[in-house]
Design a protein around this ligand. Structure first.
Ligand code: SF4
Ligand code: SF4
Length: 393
């Protein structure tokens, strides 16, 4: 995958269209108006949903946090999208497979369940899954997909703009990972332990599910230690597109991140899901909403995946970023140990009674950062070893 930095400011009238609209805050009236305008600029809700169709609204419901933590799609955006699509006469459902915890708990804490109840939108079944073959898959030719996603005639993705330790950024493309039920998501991390494999799997998943429309909540994004424990950062942006690669590219440009450094962007273009180099932005100009000091990983990374095994091992130990536990914040809940997908685990409690924080066995760690993503206290951070820092400098 190319690592050369290029400012992809190319805008073309024949590329995929991304609607970018300013929306200052979550005042419901303003969000309703902006979402309605964004959808109408892409020809209106009737283009994406018809009377009687079964439409799935797919927000990001990673873990149980209140909306102001910016971990999950904000309920005001969910409400605005739900109202817009309800007016088409479609039957709406919503759902996601959480990173940790029961979906009912996560939906309630995030404020989404209250909106769904108010609008009479039932929760789809994301616990059970069914095997679906995908012969055109580049990396995966068979997925297990949540029933709730398979039963839908169409999907409207409602993603959240956040940083991510593994893929740098999580937005439209990564949002579809929630259509894989429960613990099977962790298995993918274990099986696809190379970044490019994992990213191309996410692109395959999007090619299979093909959401009809992607709406991104970038009104308040998350910077730093995302996607769970970073800091909320206002960006005042809502984005709309049928092309998740183009949409994520515009989101990257808002946070001054080169899309070519985001593996899901690279593979999205390679596998024909969309294009990050040929995007037509309409609505507000990127420059008017850009946030150049947004905290996101912008360093080029050395891929150890394709190197000689010995060099790869050295790179992994001394250059590639690794998770570390800030012991003073650790409450010893064990979530990180439970979620670690490798066998034997790459981190565990050093004593049977769990009195001390877990410890890493970095030799076994595949750098999937699931532990960092799930820690409820933000006690796990991703740190680049000294040699890696020197090289990047
Ligand atoms: S998930 Fe976080 S708080 Fe829980 S044991 Fe692991 S490091 Fe500690
Ligand atoms: S220790 Fe953390 S980063 Fe390493 S394999 Fe386990 S979950 Fe992934």
């Amino acid at each position: 995958m190319t690592k050369d930095y290029q400012e992809h400011t190319l805008e073309s009238s024949d590329g995929s269209t991304v609607v970018l609209l300013r929306c200052d805050g979550y005042d419901q009236k303003r969000v309703d108006e902006t979402v309605a305008r964004g959808i109408s600029m892409l020809s209106g809700a009737a283009r994406f949903a018809a009377q009687g169709e079964h439409i799935l609204l797919k927000p990001n419901l990673l873990v149980a946090k209140p909306p102001e933590r910016a971990v999950t799609t904000h309920p005001a955006v969910f409400r605005a999208a739900a109202r817009a699509f309800r007016d088409t006469g479609a039957e709406l459902h919503y759902g996601d497979s959480t990173g940790f915890g029961r979906i009912e708990t996560v939906a309630r804490r995030s404020g989404i369940a209250a909106v769904a109840e108010e609008l009479g939108i039932p929760l789809a079944d994301f616990r059970a899954g069914r095997t679906v073959s995908f012969p055109d898959g580049h990396t995966i030719k068979q997925f297990v997909i949540a029933e709730g996603a398979l039963e839908a005639d169409g999907i409207i993705s409602l993603s959240k703009l956040k940083t991510h330790a593994l893929t740098r950024f999580t937005g439209a493309i990564k949002n579809m990972f929630g259509c894989v039920p429960g613990m099977l998501k962790g298995e993918f991390h274990g099986r696809l332990n190379k970044m490019d494999k994992f990213a191309s799997m996410l692109v395959d998943l999007n090619r299979l599910l093909r959401p009809r429309l992607h709406i991104m909540d970038g009104i308040v994004g998350m910077e730093g230690n995302g996607p769970h424990n970073g800091k909320p950062r206002p960006l005042n942006a809502l984005l709309f597109s049928t092309d998740p690669v183009a949409l994520d590219a515009v989101a990257c440009r808002l946070i001054h991140l080169d899309p070519a450094l985001v593996p899901t962007e690279y593979w999205g273009k390679q596998l024909g899901l969309g294009d990050y180099t040929n995007v037509h932005v309409t609505g507000d100009a990127v420059e008017t909403l850009a946030c150049p000091d947004f905290k996101v990983k912008r360093d080029k990374e050395f891929s150890a995946d394709t190197m000689h095994p010995l060099l790869s091992r050295l790179m992994k130990n001394y250059v590639v970023p690794r998770p570390v536990i800030r012991e003073e914040r650790c409450i010893k809940c064990g979530n990180c140990v439970k979620i670690c997908p490798v066998n034997p685990k790459a981190l565990d409690f050093p004593d049977a009674n769990g009195q001390s924080p877990p410890r890493y066995a970095y030799k076994r760690c595949i750098r999937c950062y699931c532990c960092q993503e799930i820690c409820p206290e933000g006690a796990i951070e991703v740190e680049t070893p000294l040699l890696g820092r020197l090289i990047h400098r």
